[in-house]
Structure formats: structure tokens, C-alpha cells
Design a protein around this ligand. Structure first.
Ligand code: G1P
Length: 287
């Protein structure tokens, strides 16, 4: 079945980015001049997704406004003859059919995804987490959809993160790690590094079969007292095959201060309008 729908959980409080996230959603923090959530939405759209559900919470109104048509702004840009900017604003408000639902309590990622049940129905669906931004020629979620189409089973987007970092992620256990696509034996959310079976981490991209919803309904709170998507996927892997796919692309953890700064610098260096001057500035820095 074709993957047409994507779910983007965006209800987190952004406590790792205070005070910047005191009044604005962390998903609206820009990398150069584009809010992080726009990169995620555009990745989904480039992969052929046509319907997107953003799971929001209180104080996330700016996300809805960002993807909405801004009548006043468009009129102003038109009046000033700023046609390039006008076209860009119109493009953003027409990216996809975007729906919103509120997660009423911060009970974890698994609980947030469970809020998408009615939107998803009985189809496989993509999940993209906004803390992970990936620069890739082929959008990562598109790479996962290709694997899904071959396997007809749930696929998790993964990369190795090193054993020093694995306790921040969902970790994969598999029989054999030699191929880019391996069958998942089990998953552990935020394992103790000494107990982690591998350093292959699930990095914010998933294509999931709808059977996950029944499992999420009965998944007890796990790491951090939250209902974890990883725990539900671990249960799913006992019922049907689940695949871990090592995707191609440079991934940034923009939920982390340093990852965010790295992403900002590298994305700016990829921009023709900024790269020459930024390079000169960076070279001039002495430590
Ligand atoms: C979440 C998931 C985790 C995944 C990570 C990817 O964790 O629970 O399995 O590896 O995103 O970035 P969080 O970063 O919300 O703690």
C-alpha cells in the first residue's frame, strides 16, 4: 500500500532550549532562516507524502500560522514588488494538506503517535521527528518508503552513533549488522551503554504499519515514565517483521544546542548567498 500520510510529533516543551523556547515552539527555531519544522515537512513532501498530521500542544499556534496563508504579509509583499518572497510565502502555505491534533498531556512519543490513529486509519504511515534534520540527496523518509515497498513491513531509519551516545536513543538489536537493511530482533529505549546490544540508533524516521496503534494502547510507561514508541515497536517486532535501515545522509540533532549550531553553520555553508562571507569569517576566528 502506498505511503501517503506522515505524522510529525511536535508537542514537546523544548526544555533543552530554554529560554528560547519559553514562548515560541522549539520547532520554529530557524536553521539559517527556515524553521526546523519546515525542513521536516519539505522532506516528507519531497518523498511524495500528501497529507501531514502535526501533533501539537498548548503554545504551538505559531506552527499552524507558519503553514497558513498570511493575507496581510502577501498583500504587503505584492505592494512592495517583492515577488520572490511572495512566491516563497505562497509555496510554503501550499506545501501539503496539513492537519493538526493536540496531545493534551505530555505522556511521551508513543502517546503522541497514538493521537494520530483516526488520521492514519488502516494504512502504513511515516513518522518524522523534528529534532532530527537530515541533509540528503534522496529524502530520508523517501529512502525508508522504498524499503517499505520492498519489504511490506515497518522500517526504522537508523545510523550508528557510537556506544558513548547510545543511551540517548532507541537502540537496535539484530542477528547480523553487516547489511544496510537488517531485521530487528529487539529494541531498547535509552539503554545503559554497557547493556546496549549495538550502537545502531533509531534516528527520528519511521514507516510503520497501522497494527502499532493497538499495541500503543496497551504499552506501559517505559524510560522516563513515558509511553515510548520504541517499546511499542519492540512489541510489534515480536508479531511481525520490523527492519532497521541505515539511511544515507548527514544527520543533525537539532534538539541539542551543539547539534543545532553545527546544523546552522553547515546549512549556511551550503548557501551560495552566505557561504563566501561565512567562510572568510570562520577562517578569521582564532582560538
Ligand atoms: C526519541 C525516541 C528515540 C529516538 C530519538 C531520535 O527520543 O524516543 O527512540 O532514538 O528520538 O532522535 P528523544 O530524543 O525524544 O528523547
Amino acid at each position: 500500500m502506498q505511503v501517503k500520510k506522515a505524522v510529525i510529533p511536535a508537542a514537546g516543551m523544548g526544555t533543552r532550549f530554554l529560554p528560547a523556547t519559553k514562548v515560541q515552539p522549539k520547532e520554529m527555531l530557524p536553521i539559517v532562516d527556515v524553521p526546523t519544522i519546515q525542513y521536516v515537512v519539505e522532506e516528507a513532501v519531497r518523498a511524495g507524502i500528501t497529507e501531514i498530521l502535526i501533533i501539537t500542544g498548548r503554545s504551538k499556534r505559531a506552527i499552524e500560522d507558519h503553514f497558513d496563508k498570511s493575507v496581510e504579509l502577501e498583500a504587503l509583499l505584492e505592494q512592495k514588488g517583492k515577488n520572490k518572497e511572495l512566491a516563497e510565502m505562497q509555496r510554503i502555505s501550499n506545501l501539503a494538506d496539513i492537519f493538526y491534533v493536540r496531545q493534551k498531556e505530555a505522556l511521551g512519543l508513543g502517546h503522541a503517535v497514538a493521537c494520530a490513529r483516526n488520521f492514519v486509519g488502516r494504512e502504513p504511515f511515516a513518522v518524522l521527528l523534528g529534532d532530527d534534520i537530515v541533509h540528503a540527496e534522496i529524502p530520508v523518509i523517501g529512502q525508508l518508503i522504498d524499503i517499505y515497498n520492498k519489504k511490506s513491513a515497518t522500517v526504522l531509519g537508523c545510523q550508528r552513533v557510537g556506544f558513548d551516545n547510545i543511551q540517548k536513543y532507541g537502540a537496535v538489536d539484530a542477528e547480523d549488522f553487516s547489511e544496510p537493511v537488517v531485521q530487528v530482533r529487539s529494541l531498547t529505549e535509552k539503554p545503559n551503554p554497557a547493556e546496549a546490544k549495538s550502537d545502531l540508533a533509531v534516528l527520528g524516521r519511521y514507516v510503520i504499519d497501522p497494527e502499532i496503534f493497538d499495541i500503543l494502547n496497551v504499552t506501559p510507561p517505559g524510560a522516563g515514565g513515558e509511553i515510548q514508541l520504541t517499546d511499542a515497536l519492540n512489541l510489534l517486532a515480536r508479531q511481525q517483521s520490523v527492519w532497521a535501515y541505515s539511511f544515507e545522509g548527514r544527520r543533525y540533532d537539532v534538539g541539542d544546542r551543539l547539534g543545532y549550531i553545527e546544523a546552522t553553520i553547515e546549512y549556511a555553508l551550503r548557501r551560495e548567498d552566505l557561504a563566501p562571507q561565512l567562510k572568510t569569517f570562520l577562517k578569521s576566528l582564532t582560538f
